[in-house]
Design a protein around this ligand. Sequence first.
Ligand code: HEC
Ligand code: HEC
Ligand code: HEC
Ligand code: HEC
Length: 473
Amino acid sequence: MSAMLRVNKILRFFVKSVLPTVLTLGVCTVVLSGCGERPPIEVVQTGFRGTAMQQNYNPRYLKTQVAVNTAPAALEAASDDGPRAKDVYQNVKVLGNLSVGAFTRHMLSITQWVAPEAGCTYCHNAQNFADDGKYTKVVARRMLQMTQNINGNWQSHVGKTGVTCYTCHRGNPVPAKYWYAPSPSKNSGGSLADKAGQNQPMKSVGYSSLPYDPFTPYLLNNQQILVNGNNALAMTGDKANRSSVKQTEHTYGLMMHMSQSLGVNCTYCHNTQNWQSWARPQRGVAHYGIQMARQTNVDYMNSLTDVFPANRKGPQGDVAKVNCATCHQGAYKPLYGAQMAKDHPELLSLAPPAAAVMTSTLPPPVAEAMRSVLYFDVASPVLKADQQAGLAQVIASLAAAPGSKAVISGYHSASGTVAQNQELAKQRAFTVRDALVAGGIDASRAVLEKPQVVEANAAGEDATARRVEVTVK
Ligand code: HEC
Ligand code: HEC
Ligand code: HEC
Ligand code: HEC
């Protein structure tokens, strides 16, 4: 589709989404993109004539907007056949249930979306792809879960359109738009002149004199946005009217950011005759957007505080966080509603927790009079119920020969790091010792013995390698 056609399509969208609206007072709409611009400006009515319910566009800007908001084509879908990634690779914690083909397609896609110039080594140590040494890989794994959470749990905002890494990254390792808590304002007027975080021209609030950090209160903390009080008077006690001009200024700071990020005027979400009204459906969608951004910042971005290096943090040492602009980048829907996510089913819902992903079919336990072998799930020291059956014989033998001891040795498979595996093997041996003690055997008769040789299978995961052997001696 040519750029001009797309522009027309977008303009048509606004015309079509016109809502019948009630009378608007003579309102000075805060005309954002229209202010002081060279003509021609296109005006699209979204309400009755004369009500000032309109959106202003500058076709020149729209053209560049369309160019930066075009989604890349998806790679050809991969077959779901063949072994799972978790059985072939060593350190796959989120995408373990994908086929190797789908996993590789995902790696190619994120490289295109996030690091097309640096390539795979932006996140990987070229000598060992399983290594988590680069912080970018650890961040990317968490972002993977963050994207799944947005698509799976916030359909109230992202609908079926959803998001991919590209929605925010657009081919850059660091998205163009994000925010940090600002440095405490320098006070030129002395200690009495508290500027209350305002009267300083800042892009975040469209260079207005509004408080320039509208993000910390609303997109990180859960401060109230609504400003209409229920009482006309100030009142006292528990009837005190908390709504104030100062509070309203913070709300307006956020509203400036929201309008700017979506490239729309206030009237896209409000009928300015009644700011309190929720009649325009876009306001409802925006309401969930605020909550989604807040949860994303609190549960995902903040959890990476120790992972990011100092040079990627803000003046207060906080991590970069998302706001409306991170995804929208000037468009009423990110990428003008291009549906990228549907081609990436791995991003549509949260992968089950690692333990569940790792569950596999285990061989039956070995249950002989003097020897038992119990098998374990990948990365798990938990003894599954069907493996416990292997203990009964050993417990009976120990009970029949009071002078005997149980020698317990834990083993692991080849995947994962040496340190992790030794710890895992030890934990598995502890689990079995505890199970024997729970079965009535005195702890002094359960002896842990580190295996002399660990025959690691080179081919990655082998269910018969993840085991504990118990011998009655
Ligand atoms: C933006 C960061 C990023 C880029 C770029 C990237 N990867 Fe990955 N890669 C990851 C993450 C995160 C994982 C772990 C996924 C998980 O835990 O589910 C991973 C895991 C892997 C693994 C599994 C290694 C193992 O044994 O555990 C392979 C293989 C791999 N990537 C190949 C590639 C290739 C090939 C490229 C380039 C085409 C690439 N990756 C680009 C982030 C990245
Ligand atoms: C909602 C927006 C959003 C989405 C979706 C998103 N990211 Fe990010 N990502 C960010 C922000 C914000 C940062 C922080 C920027 C910085 O590094 O300071 C970031 C940082 C990163 C970094 C570290 C870059 C660096 O050099 O510091 C990597 C790697 C990354 N993201 C990978 C991914 C991958 C892979 C996906 C998809 C699975 C993804 N992101 C999805 C917003 C997003
Ligand atoms: C993208 C949609 C959107 C845009 C654009 C927008 N708002 Fe809002 N506005 C909202 C939402 C959503 C709320 C309610 C916040 C909440 O509680 O979730 C709100 C609340 C308000 C309130 C408080 C109303 C009350 O009930 O107390 C005022 C006042 C307001 N906006 C003014 C503005 C102004 C002025 C602009 C233009 C600079 C603007 N808004 C642009 C979505 C929007
Ligand atoms: C994680 C990315 C992301 C973030 C962050 C985000 N949005 Fe959205 N938003 C989307 C997607 C995707 C859609 C398209 C949903 C659809 O097609 O149904 C959308 C749609 C909307 C719409 C509906 C537009 C329409 O015409 O129907 C509004 C309004 C909106 N967003 C406002 C906001 C506001 C305000 C914020 C910040 C508080 C915000 N969004 C933050 C991804 C995001």
